[in-house]
Write a protein that binds this ligand. Structure first.
Ligand SMILES: Cc1ncc(COP(=O)(O)O)c(C=O)c1O
Length: 362
């Protein structure tokens, strides 16, 4: 007799992450490897964060604080929201997962953009939901009108990545407000703002402000990107208490480890460090974009820490050649863009090596 899994799991294509640096070192026998594949922050966290992790490490014989007391207080003050409007997760991935667990049953529907961040599709499929994937527009922005039209009586969640990955594009306050007018109040609008801290535009959405008018919104953010804590896994959701209470029912009581909690508090307290990093990453992005223009390569304007590049040739081959040179970039085959790669902004020297290698390979 075979153990039989629920049918929906068979529809799930497992997430394939960017290759870890150590794996490429082992496989290629290379000592120095540069990773520009997972939209990580290339800089170490602030020294204050490292100190906080060290201090917290002596107590890891204890379970973590299930309620994330200090982090909750700090963040509630910073965002000017009530403490019970917050939920913390093992990465913001977990907030996506909790929303799908809580709101989706078999045969109910999810509306998302295609391509968009893969985990919306994966978690929704695990829950047995039917996915309505609405293609991006030609310029890779969301087709919010088509997404509104895709809503039916069975729709339970709409996923909006803002900015989204892999496009790097965002939609504006006005576009979102117009969209929300078309969404029934019983449909959860999940706004994923993993790259929120990178966006420098006056038009960008004030999603926390929108919570005043809309009870059916949840916003997720993360410490993985700007705050450089991807390895510790910590993110959060902001929403009305009723929504947060529901998500909390499905949450593992000790889902956020104590080192991550301490690190996140320290990171929020050291804004000057992260402002400096953000400035440097922006400057590096401009240098990369300039060089891509010189090389005649088609790339998309990005308000994030990554850039999508259309090489107009087989991206898998180029990715392999770069890997042989010890540079890991993301091949966009998995979302049907066979000629595209996505790179994250690295440190100055890393970007330079990547650009030289790319020019050589092409
Ligand atoms: C759009 C988007 N959302 C969410 C995440 C998940 O981030 P984490 O689980 O590390 O918070 C990512 C990670 O790459 C992302 O690109």
């Amino acid at each position: 007799m075979k153990c039989v899994a629920k049918k929906s799991i068979l529809k799930v294509k497992p997430y394939v992450p960017g290759k870890p640096i150590e794996e490429v070192k082992r496989e290629m026998g290379i000592r120095k490897v540069i990773k520009l594949a997972s939209n990580e922050n290339p800089y170490s966290p602030s020294p204050k964060v490292i100190k906080a992790i060290r201090n917290a490490s002596v107590n890891i014989n204890r379970y973590p604080d299930s309620g994330c007391f200090y982090l909750r207080n700090k963040l509630a003050n910073r965002l000017k929201v009530s403490k019970d409007f917050l939920i913390f997760g093992n990465g913001s991935d977990e907030i996506i997962s909790l929303a799908t667990k809580v709101f989706l049953s078999d045969k109910e529907e999810v509306v998302l953009a295609k391509p968009s961040f893969l985990m919306y599709d994966i978690f929704s499929n695990i829950s047995g939901a039917f996915i309505k994937a609405v293609p991006l527009k030609k310029d890779l922005s969301y087709d919010l009108n088509a997404m509104a039209k895709a809503i039916t009586v069975r729709t339970k969640i709409i996923f909006l990545g803002n900015p989204d990955n892999p496009s790097g594009k965002f939609f504006t306050q006005k576009q979102l407000e117009d969209f929300l007018k078309k969404v029934p109040k019983n449909v959860l609008v999940f706004i994923d703002e993993a790259y929120y801290e990178f966006v420098n535009s006056k038009d960008y959405v004030d999603s926390v402000g929108l919570l005043k008018k809309h009870k059916n919104i949840i916003v997720s953010r993360t410490f993985s990107k700007m705050y450089g804590l991807a390895g510790l896994r910590i993110g959060y959701g902001i929403g009305h208490k009723e929504i947060i209470d529901l998500l909390n029912r499905a949450r593992d009581p000790f889902n956020v480890n104590s080192l991550a909690q301490a690190a996140a508090v320290a990171a929020l307290s050291d804004q000057p460090y992260y402002r400096k990093i953000a400035k440097e990453m922006n400057a590096q992005k401009t240098i990369i974009q300039k060089k891509l223009n010189e090389l005649g390569l088609d790339h998309k304007e990005s308000c994030t820490n990554f850039i999508l590049i259309d090489l107009k040739k087989d991206a898998a081959k180029v990715t392999d050649r770069l890997m042989q040179k010890g540079i890991i970039v993301r091949n966009m085959n998995f979302c049907g863009w066979h000629t595209c790669i996505r790179i994250s902004i690295g440190q100055k020297e890393e970007n330079q090596k990547f650009l030289n290698a790319l020019e050589g390979v092409l």
